[in-house]
Design a protein around this ligand. Sequence first.
Ligand code: FPP
Length: 237
Amino acid sequence: MIIDKNKLPIHIGFIMDGNGRWASKKGLPRTAGHAEGAQTFRKIARYCKKIGIKYITFYAFSTENWKRPADEVDTIMKLFWQYLEEAKDFVKDNTRLIFLGDKSRFEDKMREKMISLEKASENFDEMTVAIAMNYGGRDDIVHSVKEIARMVKEGYVSPSDIDEELVESLLYTGNMPDADLIIRPGGEKRISNFLIWQSSYAELYFTDVLWPDFSPKELDKALEDYALRGRRFGGVV
Ligand code: FPP
């Protein structure tokens, strides 16, 4: 990769789409696509660390994904669990791990593991890997608003103190910076309720490559494209 370090995004969000189609094309069950997609997740996370990306967020399971067939949901949860079991290695790697979304929907064992990995890695600062599980962008905002309503009710925040900074600090992403680049493989050109607040000024990159085939080389293409974009944040250059 020959991109100027200063032109790399600080925070990249990945929408891991196309697992099912990848499997169907090969005559495999959809679940095989998710297993391959989980491998791509590992490869891309490692590569991002190697090239010095500070924050990466992966959309692994949305608040709407529970509607999928039970065996598919089950497979995704198993793959996620396998990852949680091996995530100690990431933690040793000075990598902070956080999970975005409502954890109350998961089994106790899963939720406890997520919380303990977050705690064990909270002071690591080389890179942050965020995994959005049972996550929805609108739900994220509602969650923040509910916290604020509670603070107002308890009397330590007044309505006139509510500003963007406060809403943002109570999102699942907490003090992570906004997303600079959102990458969606799989051919669809939409955000699908992913990081909607945090991607207000993000550059969007879409590719037809299916997530299981998304490689460091494909990521380089996205980064080269990103490096050429003129970001103005509503101002003029
Ligand atoms: C979208 O592709 C993908 C998902 C809903 C699941 C993604 C989950 C993983 C990659 C594995 C578990 C996660 C971790 C972090 C280990 P799709 O099934 O909608 O694809 P399609 O559009 O081709 O049907």
